[in-house]
Each structure stands twice: as C-alpha cells, then as structure tokens.
Design a protein around this ligand. Structure first.
Ligand code: ATP
Length: 750
C-alpha cells in the first residue's frame, strides 16, 4: 500500500532545524502546504523557519522562526503568507554562496522548496554545488573549517511543485492546478448561460504558456467545441476545420460555440495562435457573433479548493517524512501525487524531463511532448476529441447495446458521466440506452435510446437527468427487469451511482442462477456518490464537489464568528461512512472530527471539552467540530452541541449547524467532471476488451485504484462490502483522522 498515509507522530531524538520557502509564481494551496509542513515538523520536535520572498530571503538572510500559531487560519487563504519572488541573484554562483552562508549561519540544513521547475532547478543546483560552496566559505574564513564534515554540513533538500499549469513530470497534479481549473469553470459556466441565450460564440483565453493542461481540462469539462493547446497544435488550414466543426454543431442543434485558447497556443508550424485571431476567423470567415474573454489573473487567486488543500497537506507531511528519513541527505527528492497516493521521485530527473518539453515544442516533436505530459493528458485529449465530435474513431456498428442507469442519492458528476457514456459509446459502435429512474425504471420499461445530441449541454450540469432512486432488483420486479433487458436487447448495464446501486447489481448477478438469460448480460458498477462509501475505488465521483461545498460553507461559518468566542458543531452527510467528515476536517482545520468508525464516547467528549476550554482560555476565538451524520445514535450532533454549550458557557458560546442537502448540489467540480468522463472511457474499453473480443459477460465494478481505473470482479467486490454499515470493509483514509487532529490542535492544548 505504498503511497497511502504513513507518518510517525513520535518526536525525533535529534532536533532538526528546517526551513521552507515558496518561489516563482504563487499558486493556491501553498498556504495549506506551509501549514501542514510547519506543524508536522513541529510535532517531530523540529525548529522551523520561513525564508521570506523566495530565494531572495535566502540570499539576504530574511529568515524568521515559525511556531504553531504562525500558520493558524491560513488553510483557506490563496497565495503564500511567506511571500514569493523571482531572484536574479540566486541564479548566480555568488548569490548561491550567500545562500549557503546564511543557511550555515542559521544552523539550517534541511530545506523545503515549493515552486515550479525553475525553483526546483535552483534547489538542485544549490545541493550540487553545496560542498564546493562550503569549501570556498571555509577558505574565505567565513565559516569554521569543521563545518563541511559536521552534521550541519549535510544539506537535505525536498521539493514540492506549486504551479497552476500542472506542468511537472512525475506527478499527476501540482499544487494550484485544481483551484485554477475551478476558477475557470466558474467563469465558463457563467458565460455559457448567456452564450446559449444569445446563440453567441465565445473565445476564452486561459493561462498556460508551455502547457495546455488548463485549456484541456476546462474544454473537456465544459463541453467546448475546440481547444487550442501547445501540445496538440492544429495543422495548417485549421481555420476551415474549426468552422466546419462549429457548423456541424449548429446544424445538429447547438446554440452556442465555445473555444478555449491556451495563452501559449501554436499551430503545427510553431506560429502563435492568439485569441484575437481566433475571434477574427469566427467573425470574418464564419460570420459568427464572437466575443473574447481573457481570464487572466483570476485563475491564480481565490480560496484553495478541497483538492489543493488535500494534496498540499498530504505532500507536505510526506516532505517532513522524507527529511526525517535515513536517505534524506542523499539525493534531493520531489514529492508528487499519483492518483490519490503520495510518491517520492528524484527531483532533478523530474525537472529534466519537464524541461525537455520546451525544447521538444521548438523542434515540433508534439507526440513526444504529449507522452511526457503523462497518460492522463493523452487520455483526456482523446476523450475530448471524440466528445467534441472532432477526432472520432467512428468504429463500425457492433450489434451490442450498452445501457446506463443511476441508483442511490443524486451525485454531482452523473450528467457528465451519461454524456461521456453516450458519446464514447456511440463512437465505439455500440447502441446506447439511458434507463430512467433506476432499477424501477428498468422494470417499467423507462428506457430510451440515446443520441449524440440527447446529452448536449450535460457536461456542466449538476443533478441527474436520468433520475435516480433507491429501488433494487428483487423478487417482485426481476421478471419485468429481464423482460425489458430482452425487449431493448441490452447486452451490458452500467450502474453509475452509490452504495444502493452496488447492492442492486449484486442482486441482479445473484439472479443469474435462476434466470439463465442474465448470464449473457454484463453488469458493472461505477462509483458516483458523494459519500465515497463504495467498494473497488479509492475515490468516488461526486465527493470532490461535495467537499468543495462543505468547505465553502465552513469558511463562511467560521467567518461569522469574528467578534465572539464561539464553538461550531457542524454535521455533514455520509450515511455511515465518515469520509466526508474526515476529509473536510483535514482541509478546514477543524479541531475535532467525530465519525462512526472511531466512535464517540463520554471519555472522548470530556477530553475534548477540556481541550476546547484550554484553547478558549488562551487566544483562540473559534473552534470547529465536524460530526458525521450517524456518528453516534446516542451522542447526536445536537447532544454534542448542548453538552459543549452548557459545560463551556463561561468560556465560549456554541452553535449547531447541519449542512444538509446543499452538499449534494451545484455544478460538478472540474475533478468530478474529468473523473466521470475517464471512468466512462475505461468502461467502453472494458466492454470492448472483455465482452466483444473475449465474449465474457463481465460482472463487477470499476474504480480508481492507485491512480488507474481498475476492474474488480463481482465476487471480490461483494467481499469488500460491509452490509451492516453500508460502506467498504477497508477504508484507506481512516489514518488521516489522526493527522487531521494532530495538525489542527497544538500538542500544548491537547
Ligand atoms: P513558475 O511556475 O511560476 O514559472 P518557477 O519556479 O518555474 O515557477 P522561475 O521564475 O523559473 O519560476 O524560478 C523562480 C526562481 O528560482 C528564480 O527567480 C531563481 O531565483 C530560481 N531559479 C530558477 N531557475 C534557476 C536556475 N537555473 N539556477 C538557479 N536558480 C534558479
């Protein structure tokens, strides 16, 4: 289980002195990274320092000590509290010698650098030159001759990538990229409603000089007509191809056109493609009424999303892990993410691969560029090409019908999933059906053939157009279900939904024993639930949107307490699964999270009352407890609130808040839209491989495991289900509850 959370909270026997800096362009998530890094280091007994304004602070000795409180209340703030800059002096060897001197002077030999590839190159150079720099400093009698051989003379460096562009080799995602795509989607979703009303064309320019990630994900997530990204440059004559594509869309009923241009977009000859040129083509050649919106710096700003807070926290804790490991004095490492897992990679190798891209772009070796961008970039480009009706495979008809239904509560991402299912399915030659209103709808024959345009506009929509409910196959409806499977000649059913749907598919599978007709029907589940309580996946689609909704509410609730000493007890959804509670605590800085998995006892409540009393006696003006619905049937959210209100009344006031259905609503997040499309793409591939080529009527589920979409056979899937509590038997995130607690409450108060 490499990459899942591991951290020893034991103090280290040696006291390390550790410094961190943020460098290059700022990105949302740097602050949560700083917070987690500082606190995890303090827990290990380290002394921690901030180097202000990037490498400038290192060259100029602007280094200040940090304590627990220095990083309080920053988890929800964009930018970086320690400042960032570009330092010309650090690019020179003289500058780096000053930096080395200042590190030695401050007795610091552990360094975290958060920045882009330039910043990490600088860090690596400092490490490579380190002993040379020290011996020069000795010769110049600026430091003692014993230092190069001493412990202080051994420099450990670790890097984390903060970049909105998601342009680093070796990590699926960089800190800040998700918030940037979130900001872009907020803007495009708003523009789309006016574009559709007026039948206008919009050209949206997004950031990304060398990297088209933001253009690609925002294009895929909004159902854009065309994307211009440096990695996938169009051939000469693209103007006509674009206009033909738009015309096809209009003829088939699209009411607006949306074109996304990365600021560094080029054509296949390397000539820049500007948003104003695209507009000119639209107006002069195509006769469209076209507008440009250049999103600019809004993309860098604002409140960090759940994903950025989460990855920043996980990476930062792993960076501390690394600095306290035996290998820390060897090669500098970069901390990255593969799917949901934290990984360590040799820093310079990742930087070198990343920097190759600039040269390859100049040499117009675009295929190699896309490969270096990683498998996700390639897969998303392919999905976009098909769903936008630009690069279709147009596979021959297969005489094989696939049908999709939802089951369980509504979850953001269901509509983008059906859209991708429909278009990827049609393109692959399948007959595609939508089953309305879950298994009950199937029993009633509420089944319709889906066409390319029946999912027009669904890429951005929350809710579930197909409808969803909690019905499952049972003795009273199974014969009607089978009759409709036969009537519509359904060969494979995909249930995209929550726990109930997994039970539904398990039931349907059991009926294979009695009804032989079902043996030929493939039946697959894919995770679409905010609660993340289903087997065969680390993350379900919908949870990300939900956590963003929760954080949005928590940030507002916390702000409402500015003038008073107040403890909030906030209840979140999740049925019997504490995932939303654990993850919203980790990323909001809540002091306590109560889940059913850990249980709530009188002993823990008493200890927590003491902890909050200590905090409110000191400088703290606000406290936050997050409870999972059903955490305890006896000690309910209202009970906990009443207890703290009464017992703490001399020190603080208490408020109770149950977030309720706002958690399920809203447009799906960028991550959920992408994850839904990727799952559908892999579903279509699975059916092609297993059912069409090998003739297996597979049954089971697909989900995200270790960053890849994997299939779990139904027998294994059933073993992974805890029926009593309606959640998976093993929940990878449980150890994060302790991390959340430890980095939110100073050891002094606990
Ligand atoms: P962004 O994603 O915003 O471009 P970046 O880290 O790549 O982030 P840069 O401006 O390239 O941004 O680098 C930030 C700082 O890192 C530079 O101002 C410089 O101090 C240092 N740096 C970058 N490249 C080098 C290098 N080759 N040698 C030494 N220092 C460097």
């Amino acid at each position: 289980d490499e990459g899942l959370f591991k951290f020893s909270f034991e103090r280290s026997p040696t006291i390390k002195r550790i410094a961190l800096l943020t460098s290059g362009g700022d990105s949302c998530g740097m602050n949560p990274a700083i917070r987690a890094f500082v606190r995890a280091s303090l827990i290990k007994g380290a002394e921690v320092f901030a180097i202000r304004e990037g490498y400038n602070g290192l060259v100029q000795d602007s280094i200040i000590p940090l304590n627990w409180g220095s990083v309080a209340s920053i988890i929800n703030r964009g930018g970086t509290i320690i400042g960032t800059a570009r330092s010309a002096e650090f690019r020179t060897r003289e500058g780096r010698k000053k930096a080395a001197f200042n590190l030695i002077k401050n007795k610091i030999n552990n360094l975290l650098v958060i920045g882009g590839d330039g910043s990490l190159t600088g860090a690596n150079l400092l490490r490579e030159e380190w002993f040379g720099l020290l011996s020069e400093l000795v010769q110049e009698k600026l430091i003692d001759a014993s230092i190069p051989e001493s412990d202080l003379g051994k420099l450990s460096i670790v890097g984390m990538v903060g970049s909105i562009d998601n342009d680093m080799y070796g990590t699926d995602i960089t800190i800040g990229a998700d918030t940037a795509s979130h900001r872009i989607l907020e803007c495009i979703d708003s523009i789309l409603s006016t574009a559709v009303s007026h039948q206008r064309s919009f050209v949206i320019e997004v950031m990304g000089r060398n990297c088209g990630w933001l253009a690609l994900v925002s294009g895929l997530a909004t159902g854009a007509d065309y994307i211009f990204a440096p990695e996938n440059p169009p051939e000469a004559g693209w103007e006509d191809v674009m206009l033909e594509g738009l015309e096809r869309g209009r003829v088939s009923g699209r009411r607006c056109s949306l074109i996304i241009v990365a600021e560094g977009a080029i054509d296949s000859n390397g000539n820049p493609i500007s948003s104003s040129y695209v507009r000119k083509v639209l107006e002069e050649k195509g006769g469209y009424d076209a507008r440009i919106t250049i999103l600019g710096h809004v993309q860098r700003g604002g409140v960090p999303t759940y994903c950025d807070r989460y990855i920043a926290t996980r990476m930062a804790v792993e960076a501390v892990n690394y600095l306290f490991s035996k290998t820390a004095t060897c090669e500098p490492m970069m901390i990255g993410m593969v799917g949901n897992r934290v990984v360590r990679k040799p820093l310079m190798a990742c930087v070198k691969e990343t920097q190759k891209i600039g040269a390859l772009l100049k040499e117009k070796k675009f295929k190699e560029v896309v490969q270096l961008r990683g498998p996700l970039f390639e897969e998303f480009s392919d999905i976009f090409g098909i769903c936008a009706n630009l690069k279709r495979m147009n596979s021959p008809k297969k005489n094989y019908n696939i049908a999709i239904l939802h089951s369980g509560g509504p979850s953001p991402g269901m509509n983008p999933a059906v859209r991708a299912f429909t278009r990827l399915g049609i393109d692959a030659g399948f007959g595609v059906y939508g089953i309305f209103n879950g298994f009950n709808g199937l029993a009633k024959g509420d089944v319709r053939e889906m066409t390319w345009m029946s999912v027009n506009g669904w890429a951005v929509m929350g809710g579930a157009e197909l409808g969803t409910n909690r019905s499952v196959p049972n003795d009273s409806n199974i014969e009607a279900i089978i009759a409709n499977i036969e009537k519509f000649k359904i060969n494979a059913i995909l249930m995209f939904g929550g726990f109930n749907g997994y039970v539904g598919i398990s039931n349907l599978y059991e009926y294979r024993k009695k009804y032989k007709q079902l043996e030929k029907v493939a039946m697959i589940c894919a995770p679409g639930t905010i609660a993340n309580n289903v087997p065969g996946t680390e993350i379900s689609v919908g949870a990300d949107t939900c956590l963003n909704n929760i954080l949005d509410a928590l940030d507002k609730i916390k702000q409402s307490a500015v003038a008073s000493r107040r403890l909030f007890v906030v209840e979140v959804m999740g049925a019997h699964c504490g995932y939303l509670c654990a993850m919203s605590s980790l990323t909001s800085g809540a002091e306590r999270a109560y889940t059913m998995e850990e249980g709530v006892t009188l002993k823990s409540l008493t200890a927590d009352l003491k902890m909050f009393s200590n905090r409110f006696k000191g400088d703290n003006r606000i406290g936050l407890i997050i409870t999972s619905e059903n955490a305890s049937s006896t000690y309910s959210t209202h009970f906990i609130y009443s207890l703290f209100k009464e017992e703490g009344k001399h020190l603080f006031d208490a408020r109770e808040s149950i977030l309720g259905h706002l958690q399920q609503g809203g447009n799906p997040s960028a991550l959920d839209r992408l994850a839904a499309s990727r799952l559908m793409n892999q579903f279509v591939k699975l059916i092609d491989e297993e059912c069409i080529k090998k003739g297996n009527a597979v049954a089971g589920c697909i989900g995200n495991i270790e960053g890849a979409i994997k299939f779990t056979d139904i027998e294994q899937m059933k073993l992974e289900i805890n029926h009593k509590y309606r959640r998976p038997e093993n929940q990878w995130w449980l150890p994060l509850l302790e991390l959340s607690r430890r980095i939110s409450v100073s050891p002094h108060d606990d």
